[in-house]
Write a protein that binds this ligand. Structure first.
Ligand code: SF4
Length: 512
């Protein structure tokens, strides 16, 4: 993979042949992925879905000592308001210095659409430098400047000589892709081109004695870049750092909540460790090509089985397999005892899980391990990384072959129809679709939350504990169902939920 020479990264549809529409069974999806049939799958009707600019902001708006310039009409990025307070708190949990969110919108008008928005972009970048003197200015390009042909890169190249901050262009125009995860590539592309390793050569290197140099090299040989794009809470980070330190490893966490200077040293590491290939393959593969740093990208450490796999992959790289086995044995013996009451409570209960492909498959394995039956999965998109994990899921979760796998971001009408037929005891999903499932009366367990722990062994216990509490009393959602309704006609619920998906594997969904 080598896209860093280019100013703009490719979209996921082209780079990974990612699929955004599918309705069938887990087994059919696995087979269709192997046959290469998924790229052509499409919807003949579609509701709205997320835009990559918003996901880019969610990923990197937490960067410390930085200002964001959103080059767009005023509405783009308006969702940042919801993070304004909590962003600062989550920054403070990691580092004492926390300025919170600082952003400037270029407020493009209809007049600018005719005459161009370049002057406003120039003004905004200079204002960011003047008012805040940040280490980095992140410039997010939106649909409008891309459509009217603003020379964003040309202007930012000129401005770089006029400001001290490092300018990072992020090309995340929403209209370019239906796979919102393209945002991860757009942000990483900007960071690798403009921050990673960049100032290391220019800054005076500390004088080291031979002994100090040896100690420094030894430290790098045991340093891991642990990649968090915002879907790891502080508690998740602490759990993974605890496990990695128990193996004698040093951990640097990038890119969310990091400082721009942290990227200067990002290439001083022995291994890049991802918690999700959907997030990090672009960064990990480019750092391997540019700096020769290998990576671990296979799975997310959710649930006992996948935490074990994640730790074993890391341990194999450092040749510390025995230490890892000892750690796994110690952690799981105690944990299995603690999980016994949840396994008894969840026996016979069913769940449906919606979210990112990697996260839903591993969360499905965890809930299965806790005694639940997984009736269906719904991924935002599906690509080769999902296909690898799906095959492991089919092995780890017997009986999952005939269970539903739907691919779709947003498309609430499809989800509502599906849920009305399979009727799970628990809905697991992200904000955005949790509300509509709640209106159908289902108990909701959020797939992710910034204030909770999901990862590692601690996460397995916490998930069990919280699901247990939710299942004991969900009268609020039952009341909600009685007093609200989704805006779809009864005739829609009588149809197959995949009516508007054109793909080779689609089979009608049975009602439970
Ligand atoms: S799709 Fe385009 S116009 Fe809409 S929010 Fe995203 S960048 Fe802005």
């Amino acid at each position: 993979m080598d896209y860093i020479r280019h100013k703009v990264p490719p979209v996921r549809e082209d780079r990974l042949a990612a699929c955004g529409a599918y309705g069938g069974t887990c087994c059919e999806l696995s087979e269709d992925a192997k046959k290469g049939c998924l790229y052509t799958a499409k919807r003949s009707f579609s509701q709205t879905q997320g835009c990559q600019l918003n996901l880019s902001l969610a990923m990197i708006s937490t960067l410390r000592d930085a200002v964001m310039v959103i080059h767009s009409p005023i509405g783009c990025g308006g969702n940042l308001i919801q993070n304004a307070g909590i962003g600062k708190v989550f920054q403070q949990l990691r580092q004492k210095s926390a300025a919170g969110l600082r952003w400037i919108n270029t407020n493009l008008s209809e007049f600018d659409v005719i005459s161009g928005g370049e002057a406003k972009l120039r003004q905004a970048v200079l204002k960011a430098e003047r008012e805040f003197q940040p280490e980095a200015i992140l410039v997010f390009n939106s649909c409008v400047p891309a459509l009217i042909g603003d020379d964003v890169d040309g202007i930012l190249d000129q401005l770089q000589s006029q400001v001290n901050a490092r300018i990072v262009p992020i090309h995340c125009e929403g209209f370019k892709t239906k796979i919102q995860a393209t945002a991860y590539d757009s942000v990483y592309h900007g960071l690798i081109r403009n921050l990673v390793g960049l100032d290391a050569d220019k800054k005076p290197q500390p004088e080291r004695t031979a002994e100090e140099e040896a100690a420094y090299r030894e430290r790098i040989a045991k340093t891991i870049n642990l990649l968090n794009v915002g879907s790891m809470s502080r508690l998740d980070e602490e759990e993974l750092v605890r496990l990695l330190r128990a193996l004698g490893l040093h951990v640097r966490i990038l890119p969310s909540y990091a400082h721009p200077d942290d990227f200067s040293h990002a290439h001083e590491a022995a291994l890049n460790v991802s918690i999700c290939a959907t997030h990090d393959d672009y960064f990990a593969e480019h750092l391997e090509r540019l700096y020769g740093i290998p990576y671990v990208l296979r799975t997310i450490p959710i649930g006992i089985a996948n935490t074990n796999k994640w730790l074993r992959d890391i341990a194999a790289f450092f040749g510390i397999e025995e230490e890892a086995e000892r750690l796994i044995a110690a952690e799981t013996a105690e944990l299995n005892e603690a999980l016994a009451p949840f396994r008894a409570q969840f026996k016979g209960k069913t769940a449906f899980i919606a979210g990112g492909e990697v996260r839903i498959l591993t969360t499905g394995e965890l809930l299965h391990d806790l005694g639940m039956e997984i009736l269906g999965l719904r991924g935002y998109h599906f690509d080769k990384y999902g296909a690898l994990l799906l095959d492991e899921y089919l092995e780890d979760v017997p009986g999952s072959e005939d269970r539903v796998f739907n691919v779709g971001a947003g498309q609430v009408f499809e989800q509502a129809n599906l849920l009305s037929k399979i009727k799970p005891d628990l809905f697991v999903g992200h904000i955005g679709v949790n509300g509509t499932a709640a209106k159908q009366g289902y108990p909701i367990f959020p797939l992710f939350g910034q204030s909770n722990v999901y990862f590692g062994y601690k996460g397995a216990y916490e998930v069990g504990s919280r699901v247990s509490r939710i299942l004991r009393n969900h009268s609020f959602n039952r009341n909600l169902e009685r007093h609200t309704r989704l805006p779809y006609r009864d005739s829609w619920y009588e149809q197959d939920p995949f009516t508007y998906i054109d793909n080779p594997g689609a089979t009608a969904v049975r009602s439970n």
